[in-house]
Design a protein around this ligand. Sequence first.
Ligand code: MN
Length: 506
Amino acid sequence: MVARQRAIPEVKFTHPAKVFFPQNGFTKGQVVSYYLGVAKFILPHLRRRPITLIRFPDGVDGEKFYEKNVPRFAPPWIKTLAVARRHAPGAIDYILIEDAYSLAWCANLAAIELHPFLHRAPQLNRPTAVVFDLDPGEGRDLVTCAGVAFLIKGILDGLALKSFPKVSGSKGLQLYVPLNTPVTYECTGAFAKAVAELLAQQHPELVVSRMAKIRRQGRVLIDWSQNSPAKTTVAVYSLRGQSALPFVSMPVTWEELDRCRATKRSRALFFSPAAARKRLQRRGDLFAPVLTLKQSLPKAFGSARALAAPALARYRAKRDFTQTHEPPPAPVHRRAGKRPGGRFVIQKHAASHLHYDFRLEMEGTLKSWAVPKGLATELGVKRSAFMVEDHPIGYLKFEGTIPQGQYGGGTVMVWDLGTYQLLGGDLGAGNLKLKLTGKKLRGEWHLFRIRREQGKEVWLIAKSHAAAKPISPRQDDRSVLSGRSMRQIARDNDAQWKSSRRSIER
Ligand code: MN
């Protein structure tokens, strides 16, 4: 018996003199030679990741196309990974670039750009990083993107998450947050979206979080949607075919980005293939930590303490504090208690519609729901509750009037006030079991989210365990703070709130 010889891959290069970038005459042969020159650096970032190729068979002035399925003529030593199609039967045989041979073979296919997924085989729903793709709209450029990258970094730093920027080699840049720990796309996608939406709220003139082209004019899109099992992002060290000259998607340091932001000059952040190779020889792989650094996203980042201050941006944005006496936004950082829970308030609010606002002290702010009919006291009775923006802790004792014409204009009564114990569930999961000890309401209630639509959350609040003492009409119209009725509060036309820290015994 003759042992089968291991086939040595043979890559046949074709048309090396063909010009791919007419502006500087960069040829197909130079594309192949670039990739072979950086193989040692790029391969670790490609390994075991299914890849979409962007092929430019006639160079950057010709037609380009996306190649997901391995071409039928691929030699047998090209490794592939079959991935079930998401919306159709069958599978896509993605190319895996595991060695310099397959890299060279792809380059010879005129695959100027390599776009890997954020996951690695065999765990196709486990991204190894979060990516923020910053895409400048018309009138904005890499300098603006650098500024936005620092805004994202600010939030990430607050969460003790390290992040690594790279220029895209086209117009924008990408920010990677290495994870390399068990996580799902549901989680990374929601996280990236929350960060993008916060920044879009805080800097509406600069940042958008939604794809619509019209919104992007003069702004930077923080494209969070790349954090999806269906999306690929241009690889670090990939060439780009988006401009007349060949540039490389290259890691940059925060100092370099800062200089770009300060000088408003971005030329130093465009790397030709030669400059990229020189830089790699000199500085090594600045993106190496993206492959190795283990980090975890905060568990319930929607309510994470570090995101609490930005979360109050929605509260701030809706109000003019020269007009209203409502408390200014200020997150209160307190040490976690031994028992999960905190204070709660229910405010009766005669705005355009009479309703009750139910607020729970959690993670440095008040998580808030508008409950049109208030909390039920009869066992099993459910009431709709619409989640609204976080309110500052100071709102616990806000009673008075909000000027007409202001957001929520009308009368606010502190209807009930007390403490709650979290018996089970958590906010992120959309399920909270609470024991309230208020002046009016005592007992157990169950809150659960029934749907999310257009960023709004609809919840139900049900009386659980046993019925509570019913509320008399007289009690219903009496403030637990001042003893006043709604009419009296409106007539007094004052507003009060105090720093309510420790003013209620826990
Ligand atoms: Mn309200």
